[in-house]
Design a protein around this ligand. Structure first.
Ligand code: BGC
Length: 736
């Protein structure tokens, strides 16, 4: 015990000393800088924009700007050669030789594209997600990058919002696990290793709360809702040591994030004690003008720096006005110094001052970009992201010796859409389509008949007949439908969340043939398809599963991998139910079918199409009733809950056991369920495993009526189960 204590003390002292050193070193550089050079460190441009010609770009080209110390960072500069050229100018030709930091949106891979983040969250496997980020970092670092604008951790309860695909879904607990895992994966243990890159948690904050799910739209949340549900994943990233944050485009309650002292100063700096630097989103400081809180770019710059938004991405607000604002006495130089210090510390942590070319090795780039190893990892990850939504009569898995197989749908033959949105340097020639994956999987004895049937978009049904004929002549059919990769992501909100075009109609016609039909969905958001859900026997949700999508999906379709993904977000029956999420409040009039004056829709059930946490397996699991170590605890005590899960089927499988709680009476209303823990376990047929979760005071805390973050005494329900609905419960109480 003593030994551990001294070890921890030593580690803390070393960490403290190192931090000191970074700060001291940053200060020694700061002392040499003139005002223009200081401002320069706070400016970031994208390749292309800064080469002139743009109305908002600087007058110098990238090299000139770098030479005079007028820029701190570039992004979208691709490849070691191009990055090296600019870094050389910075460290050999600028007065103070301060290295640049190069960033890119490595959201789910640089060139080797992994499943989209929402899909990765479906794995409910933080160590796998960490591994994914680790490999993404290795590849991106080999391409010369030192910074990714990820993880995106915005909680999203609205599938109309296209960027739901970039995050981890609707839940603060799962979202926080994924957030921290990605930060650990990107940054590694030691940021100075040239395989590690700086992470940037975004979009701070609550960008996913856009009204109507329309991108960039207004967000208005009560502080309680904001702190309880939206804030935790950003905090988790900060606790995991994230090196930077990105201010979001949106306003919250009238204050745009890029001007928000509440977010930046009060929460980030004062409450969380973070010294991570903040970069604006693309021109989000400039957008303070259309938001209507700045009359011009100069005032926008003043608001941004005053809120401690340290780096101005693309707005040129700091470039044009920050030095002038300081000279006029409108901005205190201390604010600028603090911002510069934070940026310099990040560069020191990355080791860029000591070795500015350490990421820039063309040989390494050739070796590591799209290496065989990383491609294999993309498949390993993809397998765990696939969610089996329905499997009646055990249609799945299909037999490999099937004689005639029909494969239908434009998406089945797409090696591009599998990449999903925000695919950095991903190329379609690296993508394995579902059709190709199936062909790779099954032998020459199976005749595959691919028919498109219809396009993803549009009303053309002329291909239906041929598709029906193909299915009639086959032993089974795989029908791949959903969204194009460009239908989710930034600026890709949809007012409808139906399966686009006539695809669902086609699928229904194919099901009517009576042949075994497997629906494979490809999409970046929850879709609503109640009719298809009712009629189809088998549905597999594959999201956008990355370059190895086809091979991973084929493994599941033909039984070489038993699916174990679970939904990280609720699937509505209809867009009219949105926002719909599992951790909702009970209301004063919870729905009672016998009572008209209760909370429900006249035309739709209150329940979702698929609940949060849902996902099937080729085997079945049985949960025992949970047993509590105590039924009464004090506010600062913990209790344990144990139960067993048994594999009652005939194949090996993995299950995600989930723990939810409900605080029955509080000083403020509490959700009907809140995820508090989960465990992914693998079980052989007949095998039984015991699971134990600890309910700590931290898991019971919330913002009370006075906005204090505390445990309140009272009665709690605790639930364990295979998803947020199918659960077994127990009760305990907390006393003073
Ligand atoms: C997006 C960010 C992204 C940035 C830089 C913006 O439009 O909102 O998520 O990191 O562009 O590419």
């Amino acid at each position: 015990m003593k030994k551990i204590f001294f070890l921890l003390l030593t580690v803390t002292i070393i960490q403290f000393a190192q931090k000191k050193t970074f700060e001291q070193r940053a200060d020694s550089v700061l002392a040499l800088m003139n005002l223009e050079e200081k401002v320069g460190q706070l400016i970031q441009y994208s390749d292309g924009y800064a080469t002139g010609g743009s109305t908002v770009g600087p007058k110098e080209n990238m090299e000139e700007l770098t030479r005079k110390g007028g820029v701190g960072s570039f992004f979208n500069v691709i490849g070691v050669k191009a990055i090296k050229k600019l870094q050389k100018v910075a460290v050999e030709e600028s007065r103070l030789k301060i290295p640049l930091i190069f960033g890119l949106d490595v959201i789910h891979g640089y060139r080797a594209i992994f499943p989209v983040p929402l899909a990765e969250a479906s794995s409910w496997n933080p160590s796998l997600v960490e591994k994914s980020a680790r490999w993404q970092a290795i590849e991106a670092a080999s391409a010369g990058l030192q910074w990714t604008f990820n993880p995106m951790v915005d909680i999203a309860r609205d599938p109309r919002w296209g960027r739901i695909m970039e995050g981890s879904g609707e839940d603060p607990y799962l979202g926080s696990q994924m957030s921290a895992a990605r930060v650990r994966g990107y940054q590694g243990k030691d940021l100075s290793a040239n395989t590690n890159i700086l992470a940037c948690v975004k979009h701070y904050a609550a960008y996913g709360g856009a009204e109507g799910g329309r991108d960039y739209n207004t967000v208005d949340l009560s502080e309680r809702n904001f702190r309880d549900y939206y804030l935790p994943p950003y905090k988790a990233a900060v606790d995991a040591g994230v090196g930077s944050l990105m201010a979001s485009f949106n306003e919250i309650g009238g204050v745009p994030s890029s001007a928000s002292k509440f977010l930046m100063t009060q929460i980030l700096r004062n409450e969380w004690k973070s010294d991570a630097f903040v970069v604006s989103d693309w021109n989000s400081i400039g957008e303070l003008i259309p938001h209507g809180v700045a009359k011009n770019l100069k005032q926008a710059a003043e608001l941004g720096i005053n809120a401690t938004v340290d780096m101005d991405m693309q707005a040129s607000a700091y470039y044009m006005h920050l030095a002038e604002l300081v000279k006029e006495g409108k901005v205190n130089i201390k604010l600028v110094d603090d911002a510069v210090r934070r940026v310099l510390i990040a560069k020191f942590k990355l080791g860029l001052f000591d070795s500015p070319y350490k990421y820039l090795d063309e040989e390494r780039e050739k070796k590591n970009v799209m290496s065989k190893d990383i491609v294999n990892v993309t498949k390993e990850v993809a397998l765990e992201t696939l969610v089996l939504l329905k499997n009646e009569k055990n249609v799945l898995p299909l037999k490999k010796d099937i004689k005639k197989l029909a494969v239908i749908g434009e998406l089945a033959n797409s090696n591009d859409d599998v990449l999903g949105g925000w695919a950095a340097q991903g190329r379609k020639e690296d993508g394995v389509s579902i059709l190709e994956g199936i062909k790779n999987k099954i032998g020459m004895n199976t005749k595959i008949n691919f028919v498109e049937g219809c396009k993803v978009l549009g009303e053309d049904k002329s291909g239906f007949e041929k598709a029906v004929e193909a299915v009639e002549n086959a032993d089974a059919a795989i029908v791949v439908i959903g969204e194009n990769r460009s239908m989710t992501g930034e600026a890709s909100s949809r007012a409808s969340i139906d399966i686009p075009g006539v695809q669902e109609e086609l699928a229904i016609q194919l099901i009517k043939t009576g042949k075994p039909v497997v629906i494979v969905l490809m999409n970046g958001r929850p879709l609503s398809f109640p009719n298809l859900q009712k009629n189809a026997s088998a549905i597999l949700e594959t999201w956008f599963a990355g370059i190895q999508a086809g091979n991973a999906v084929a493994d599941v379709l033909f039984g070489d991998f038993n699916p174990n993904g679970k939904l990280p977000v609720t699937f509505p029956r209809s867009v009219g139910q949105v926002p719909i999420y599992y951790n909702h409040k009970n209301t004063g009039r919870p729905h009672n079918p016998g009572d008209h004056y209760t909370s429900y829709y006249m035309d739709f059930d209150n329940t979702p199409l698929y609940p949060f946490g849902y996902g099937l397996s080729y085997t079945t699991f049985e949960y025992s009733a949970p047993v509590l170590s105590k039924t009464q605890i004090k506010k600062d005590e913990s209790l344990k809950i144990s139960f067993s899960v048994k594999n009652t089927g005939s194949v090996e499988g993995s299950e995600v056991a989930q723990l939810y709680i409900r605080d029955l009476v509080g000083s403020v209303t509490r959700p009907v369920k809140e995820l508090k823990d989960f465990a992914k376990i693998s079980l052989k047929p007949g095998e039984l495993k015991n699971i134990e979760f600890t309910i700590t005071p931290e898991k019971l805390k919330f913002y009370d009526i006075n906005m204090n973050y505390i445990v309140e005494p009272g009665d709690f329900k605790v639930f364990v189960g295979t998803n947020s609905v199918d659960v077994k419960e127990a009760r305990f109480s907390v006393v003073e």
